[in-house]
Ligand binder design. Structure first.
Ligand code: SF4
Length: 66
């Protein structure tokens, strides 16, 4: 099983995750990313979460084994 984690200490609120992968993330009212799918199961969701981890400019997103 996979788990999506966002480290808010290093998140820049740049928004790439929720703009480019809105099936996995959405912006909260302050611009922080909320994780919509914390435990992605389908290949599409896992790929989307891993893509977000790659494009995050601060490296704040990790898709780890849960
Ligand atoms: S892409 Fe990275 S830095 Fe930007 S809002 Fe998402 S987690 Fe934060």
């Amino acid at each position: 099983m996979k788990k999506v984690v966002v480290d808010r200490v290093i998140c820049l609120k740049a928004g790439q995750c929720y703009y480019l992968q809105p099936s996995i993330f959405k912006a909260d009212p302050q611009g922080w990313p909320d994780i919509l799918v914390e435990f992605p199961e389908s290949d599409d969701d896992i790929e989307a979460a891993e893509d977000a981890a790659e494009i995050c400019p601060s490296g704040a997103i990790v898709v780890e084994d849960a």
